[in-house]
Design a protein around this ligand. Structure first.
Ligand SMILES: Cc1ncc(COP(=O)(O)O)c(C=O)c1O
Length: 408
């Protein structure tokens, strides 16, 4: 059989050969557009800190105060050792912001999905996912044991086909003792899962169409707003707010680690939903709670986002987005029609994406190459993400460097 390392080295070699090798890059400075990475001062376009809050004094102070008051570790699951005040304050703030009855925070966005989806659906149920939802929702859907269907990315017609299939399914299932066909049909749960702003393409889901279909077929919607909170809507609570459909979404999901600048994840929704998750979400029940300071920083961020500074940071990042798109077009890298803080430059082949990223890195620019399995094979890209703390000069430097490679 060979040793463990022999087997792993073979696997690693094949990753290298396919230009899919990944490694950690050590950073010796705080999150900011300009970072000290692997010994080099680098201008980063890699972070999801869209509003530039990760190093903001208000969040730092909130975290420091929380560490001083509550210490560092939470010592156990919130159901075991007690549920510290900062989590409740964060959850009340989240629910108020999202306009829901309640909210529950988790250690990360990934563990939010992993806990929530299997808590709500099981082997008798159906989950229908957009083809490009984040790995955490795919993994969670698989873990639930539900029947899975994938609809073509952002295609309501294909979603409808899957919903017709799912609602017709009840009558084809063998009856269990004590069931009749009508009761199965009613009992079957159908969950649609989509993102509002897609993480690797920056495009927006057709939320109004999806919501109408969901209602028409009696399904539920879980909406992952990981890349939309802080950026859309008058209160900047996400795309559901901007599209005025927030009160029709059953399960609002998101992360506290991107525009919110801290770490963690959340579900917002009805009281019943949150109570159920407290009782059934295994990643919540069987895991030590995150640092209370993480929750305190997230709460401070949400308050800031809703206020005048949040409005001006949000406006600033959108101005930068428009400017970058314009400059990229002139530099021979037309970025597509989507308006998003995520600007993907599709290059196709994995090796080319890696070479381009390396060439930029040699000029002190960090733009990550995104490859399979994060995106489909042959759809590799440079993913530029912008922060309110970037400047016009930063964009100029990037576009100047990219201009050369547009011709190759
Ligand atoms: C769309 C989407 N959902 C969920 C997550 C997971 O969030 P977290 O990084 O907080 O685990 C991410 C990011 O990594 C994401 O891009």
């Amino acid at each position: 059989m060979g040793t463990l390392d022999d087997a792993l080295n073979l696997e690693l070699q094949s990753l290298r050969e396919a230009a899919l090798w990944r490694e950690l890059r050590r950073v010796d400075s705080a999150t900011a557009p300009s970072i000290h990475i692997q010994g080099q001062e680098t201008l980063s376009f890699a972070s999801n800190d869209y509003l530039g809050l990760a190093s903001h004094p208000a969040l730092r102070q909130a975290a420091i105060r929380a560490v001083e008051r509550w210490g560092v570790g939470a010592s156990s699951s919130r159901l075991i050792s007690g549920s510290w005040q900062p989590y409740h304050e964060l959850e009340d703030t989240l629910a108020g912001w999202k306009g829901t009855e309640a909210a529950l925070s988790f250690a990360s966005g990934y563990t939010t999905a992993l806990g929530a989806i299997p808590a709500l659906l099981g082997s008798d149920d159906v989950i229908i996912l957009d083809k490009r939802v984040h790995a955490c929702c795919v993994d969670a859907a698989r873990l639930s044991g539900a029947q899975l269907r994938v609809f073509r990315h952002n295609d309501p017609e294909d979603l409808k086909t899957k919903l017709i299939w799912a609602t017709g399914l009840g009558s084809k299932m063998p009856l269990k003792p004590g069931e009749n066909a009508a009761s199965i049909h009613r009992a079957r749960r159908i969950l649609i899962v989509t993102e509002s702003v897609f993480s690797m393409d920056g495009d927006l889901a057709p939320l109004r169409d999806i919501i109408d279909l969901k209602d028409q077929f009696g399904a539920w919607l879980m909406l992952d707003e990981a890349h939309a909170v802080g950026l859309f809507g008058e209160q900047r609570s996400g795309l559901a707010e901007a599209f005025e459909i927030a009160n029709r979404v059953e399960i609002h999901m998101g992360t506290l680690g991107k525009a919110i600048g801290s770490a963690g994840g959340y579900i917002a929704g009805s009281r019943a939903l949150i109570d159920l998750l407290v009782n059934r979400a295994r990643s919540f029940i069987f895991s030590t709670a995150p640092l209370p300071a993480q929750a305190a920083a997230a709460k401070a961020a949400i308050e800031l986002i809703q206020g005048p500074e949040g409005a001006s940071r949000c406006a600033r990042v959108w101005t930068l987005v428009d400017r970058l798109k314009n400059e990229l077009t002139h530099a021979g890298w037309p970025p597509g029609v989507v308006r998003s803080t995520i600007v993907p430059l599709i290059v196709g082949e994995e090796g080319r994406a890696v070479c381009l990223a390396e060439a930029l890195k040699s000029q002190g620019l960090f733009v990550p190459p995104i490859r399979y399995p994060t995106v489909a094979r042959g759809a590799a890209r440079l993913r530029i993400s912008l922060s309110a703390d970037h400047t016009a000069e930063h964009l100029q430097r990037l576009v100047q460097a990219l201009r050369i490679y547009a011709k190759t």
